[in-house]
Ligand binder design. Structure first.
Ligand SMILES: NC(=O)c1ccc[n+]([C@@H]2O[C@H](COP(=O)([O-])OP(=O)(O)OC[C@H]3O[C@@H](n4cnc5c(N)ncnc54)[C@H](O)[C@@H]3O)[C@@H](O)[C@H]2O)c1
Length: 374
């Protein structure tokens, strides 16, 4: 969908939901020189008012339908709880708005497909805000893979550890944002919410489908997804693995959540490492490359890459505005987001059944056995 469906040469944006993550998503819109944040909406009036005051936004709504009826709004950023995305996204598209929706796009495969169909029917852009796509160290890693820096990729490893930190950002989170994540309104809980990013990376870094998943899941306190997963890709020479572990007694240096990630892509000529994401556990350059061909061996540390977690959010918001203005691709697409959800559910199904699962066969929704039985 091109910028031709915009009435002017700027994007007039409405922020839908002023909860915990809005403070990271909206700044990218405020900073863009061809975007105006013209309205915010939250049924919790004090949240909407406080956001409007902080960002100098002229219009404040507590009713989504009223915001969607506002002709001064061209596009919306949907920052509401995931179980509400389907209804909010479809309403916005039917009202003629372009939509950026936070990941996960929905709670079921059918919801995601219905949202994509609504965008097609309305002739409007629907993209999913996946900040990992726009995080500079991961972008650099993907470019280096495409340039052949490590030869042919043969193994992708993604590790997440969830621990604790004392960051002001985490202390300031409103506990209300965790209710809907930890009950049956979510198919997998707080870690489902986070792990979709990593499933997205398992697909995006490889640039091909995963055809089989094997998984061992464990439950820890309220959480599932301390888990180990093996991925088989379309190319039988490429394998992947993912680990998620919960370490509540482990303090992690972080400016945001108490979590950190490590990505390793091995090729037949070298290694690429992205050494952080949410936290700052390691004193290493954010991207490191080992070129291992005998005659040209080298280790390169990319120390100059912006590795702040918040940068991925700001760049993701700017990308949506640019896509609307230029008619360029708006990533992540709804189709990609649907594959991510299928991959997540395939992991749950493989853990439940102890059998390999092809994510492409997944429909509906799957939860780990015993999910939300507390
Ligand atoms: N990209 C990331 O890394 C990232 C991180 C955290 C959350 N998220 C996603 O962002 C979304 C929001 O998460 P959160 O942590 O901010 O949740 P939250 O519960 O803190 O905030 C959601 C807000 O939406 C509001 N809301 C509910 N119904 C509404 C309606 N009809 N109209 C307008 N607002 C409405 C709520 O009142 C609340 O203030 C979720 O989908 C979550 O998965 C993404």
């Amino acid at each position: 969908m091109s910028g031709a469906s915009l009435p002017g040469d700027r994007v007039r944006l409405g922020g839908v939901g002023c909860g915990n993550i809005a403070k990271l998503n909206v700044p990218g819109y405020l900073e863009h020189d061809r975007c105006d944040v013209v309205a915010v909406c939250d049924p919790v009036a004090e949240l909407a008012k406080a956001a409007a005051e902080e960002w100098d936004v002229p219009k404040v709504y507590t009713d989504l339908d009223a915001l969607l009826a506002d002709d001064d709004v061209d596009a919306v950023e949907v920052l509401t709880p995931t179980h509400l995305h389907h209804d909010h996204v479809v309403s916005a598209l039917q009202a003629g708005k372009h939509v950026s929706c936070q990941k996960p796009l929905g709670n079921t495969v059918e919801e995601c497909r219905a949202m994509a169909a609504a965008a097609d029917a309305a002739g409007r852009t629907l993209r999913v805000g996946e900040c990992f796509y726009h995080y500079p160290p991961l972008e650099r890693a993907k470019e280096l893979i495409a340039e052949g820096a490590i030869g042919k990729p043969t193994n992708i490893r993604i590790r997440t550890v969830v621990g604790q930190t004392d960051a002001q950002f985490q202390r300031d989170l409103r506990p209300e944002g965790y209710g809907w994540r930890l009950d049956r309104r979510s198919p997998g809980g707080h870690l489902f919410d986070d792990m979709v990013h990593k499933y997205a990376m398992a697909l995006w870094l490889a640039d091909q489908d995963i055809v089989s998943v094997q998984a061992a899941l464990r439950r820890r306190d309220l959480f599932f997804e301390p888990c180990n997963v093996i991925f088989e890709y379309e190319d039988p020479e490429l394998l992947g693995s993912m680990e998620v572990s919960y370490a509540p007694q482990m303090w992690l240096r972080s400016s945001y959540y108490g979590a950190d990630e490590f990505f390793e892509v091995q090729g037949d000529e070298g290694f690429l490492w992205v050494t952080r994401y949410t936290g700052e556990l390691l004193d290493l350059a954010p991207v490191m490359l080992y070129r291992g061909k005998v005659e040209e061996r080298s280790m390169v540390a990319f120390s100059d890459v912006d590795a702040d977690w918040g940068t991925g959010f700001r760049r993701s918001s700017a990308h949506f505005v640019d896509a609307l203005l230029t008619g360029g691709p708006a990533e992540m697409t709804a189709e990609q987001a649907t594959k991510v959800l299928q991959l997540c559910f395939a992991v749950y199904q493989a853990g439940n059944s102890r059998q390999p699962v092809d994510p492409r066969t997944i429909s509906g929704s799957v939860s780990p056995h015993g999910w939300a039985e507390w």
